[in-house]
Write a new protein. Structure first.
Lengths: 144, 386
């Protein structure tokens, strides 16, 4: 099982990408279409995130994905300096914002266009969409 | 009614390897080396161990202990996949096993090549609980505990005014304690200025807010108190023990309160089992994956109120000679990272009065916590038997 030695430089590090599950596929499909889709219980109507099979409030297994509002307020944040994955080395330091969405769930995503000094609990932000390839679009926050 | 587990099981043996950065030994070899030392400490023939709880993922399975130590009849083998809460949670499981007669002696072991083997962001992928973080957070650049726990620390600072100076105090005191212990990775003094000058990892965590990536092995033996009292070392019983899991256990982001860990649930149960309160504790070994994690656990444990953990750690209160000495061995921040089994070993030494220059005078009762896996929290309260 011999292998020819590599003659070229090692490939650039790749961005880690989500592997959707049967439960989360509609969320990622929505992202790709530029729509923020969340999972709502068909029985009691409560929202849940991240997507999962059973409603923890009424135990119904029936649910539907519906478009949710994009606004939210800052719950907390971190500024990532050390790239634990080499893909992120070029973009560090970057801000990861944890946001209380108006829809009633939280979303963690990078925050673009807001300086670190402007961060404060409760600051309003808006969810946007950042395509990373044909299949995958990731959420990103920008100033509202 | 007295809880049926209270003081019925004991820590009968402790053992650890050298803590280093760099080793040629495997995780398995480190676990076996520490296990043989723990068995020798207890005066137990290796073949009489009948329960094994190896750390997962740690390079060893219970079958390895049969093959290497010649166990004659293994009656319990288990993994407890709770990250940093694993080792102390294993004490609860072992105590249940030895008090019900399922086992005579349960071996809990950790071997880690955290420096010379795979590093933290690689290891985490082996944890089942990280699947959600891998799907929703790794793609946006959040992988490591230093990043995932940083948002909780930042929120505590914003809500309560907790400061980097208070984080530094935990790091500096822990280092002072490490220097008193010969077997540590970090043996040079650390100042507040050193802490503040260290590079930012994930704000608000600087390098010296983070625990070590190190190599080493540790092991403890849990036996029924009735057996342990005839063994080699002074009797240290398990007065109370519990594990707890937070709401939204696999996603910190979705947790109703970022600062409510599993310890919120387990600590009251352990204190009730032991029949004691925070004021009765002479020494505490607090899981210190990050400086802030210590501050918040001190609040949850009831040593101070929520929001007062920062001021609480100042002015020598957590140093040897203070009101509540913590991490008297140097912890994960300065001694070595064996997932907190070194905390159990140190607490046992304190209560045996074997802690040398770091001995807390007249220590009778102490507690040890485990924290990890996105916020699981385990606790054991140990007592020096009269």
């Amino acid at each position: 099982m011999s292998q020819a030695p590599a003659l070229t430089a090692p490939p650039a590090p790749e961005r880690p990408l989500p592997t959707p599950t049967r439960e989360s596929q509609p969320y990622w499909d929505g992202m790709r279409e530029g729509r923020f889709l969340l999972q709502y219980c068909s029985s009691c109507g409560k929202v849940r995130h991240y997507p999962r099979p059973v409603c923890p409030h009424c135990f119904s297994m029936e649910s539907e994905f519906k478009e949710a509002p994009l606004g939210g307020s800052l719950h907390s944040w971190t500024v990532c300096h050390h790239p634990f994955n080499f893909f992120f080395k070029a973009s560090a330091p970057y801000i990861v914002a944890l946001v209380d969405m108006d829809a009633g769930v939280r979303v963690n995503a990078q925050l673009h266009g807001v300086p670190e000094a402007g961060l404060k609990i409760g600051r309003r932000v808006k969810l946007g969409f950042e395509p990373v390839n044909k299949e995958v679009t990731l959420p990103v926050f920008v100033a509202e | 009614m007295v809880h049926p587990l209270r003081d019925k099981a004991a820590v009968s043996g402790i053992g650890e390897t050298a803590y280093t950065r760099g080793t040629t030994k495997s995780g398995l070899a480190l676990q076996l080396e520490a296990s043989l030392k723990a068995l020798d400490d207890a005066g137990i023939d290796p073949r009489d161990v009948d329960g094994v709880i190896p750390y997962f993922p740690g390079g060893a399975i219970a079958e390895d202990f049969i093959a290497n130590l010649g166990l004659k009849d293994l009656t319990l083998s288990a993994f407890i996949p709770m990250g940093g809460a694993t080792c102390v949670a294993a004490i609860q499981m072992a105590a249940m096993a030895v008090t019900t007669g399922v086992c005579k002696h349960v071996l809990i072991s950790v071997g880690r090549t955290g420096y010379s083997g795979s590093r933290v962001s690689t290891r985490l992928q082996q944890f089942p609980v990280f699947a959600q973080a891998a799907e929703f957070e790794a793609p946006i650049g959040m992988f490591a505990p230093a990043q995932l726990y940083a948002q909780g620390a930042r929120r505590h600072m914003e809500l309560y005014g907790t400061t980097a100076r208070q984080f530094a105090e935990v790091a500096v005191v822990t280092r002072q304690h490490a220097i008193l212990n010969g077997n540590v990775v970090m043996n040079k003094p650390l100042t507040v200025e050193d802490h503040h000058a260290s590079r930012m990892i994930s704000d608000p965590f600087r390098l010296f807010d983070c625990s070590l990536e190190s190599d080493g092995g540790a092991a403890v033996i849990i036996s029924a108190t009735d057996r342990a009292k005839d063994l080699r070392k002074p009797l240290v019983t398990i007065a109370g023990t519990a594990e707890g899991h937070p709401d939204s256990p696999a996603s910190i982001a979705q947790r109703p309160d970022l600062l409510e860990f599993g310890l919120v649930k387990s600590a009251p149960r352990a204190f009730a089992m032991a029949g004691v309160g925070p004021k009765d504790i002479d020494v505490a070994e607090i899981y210190d994956c990050f400086t802030f994690t210590v501050i918040r656990q001190l609040e949850i444990l009831g040593f101070c109120k929520t929001g007062e953990g920062g001021p609480f750690v100042m002015d020598g209160r957590i140093a040897l000679g203070g009101e509540l000495p913590i991490n008297t061995h140097g912890g994960l921040l300065s001694q070595g990272h064996v997932v907190g089994l070194n905390h159990v070993i140190e607490l046992t030494r304190q209560l045996r009065r074997e802690a040398g220059r770091a001995q807390v005078k007249d220590a009778e009762l102490g507690l040890v916590t485990g924290y990890g896996d996105m916020g699981d929290g385990s606790i054991a309260i140990l007592r020096r038997a009269a």
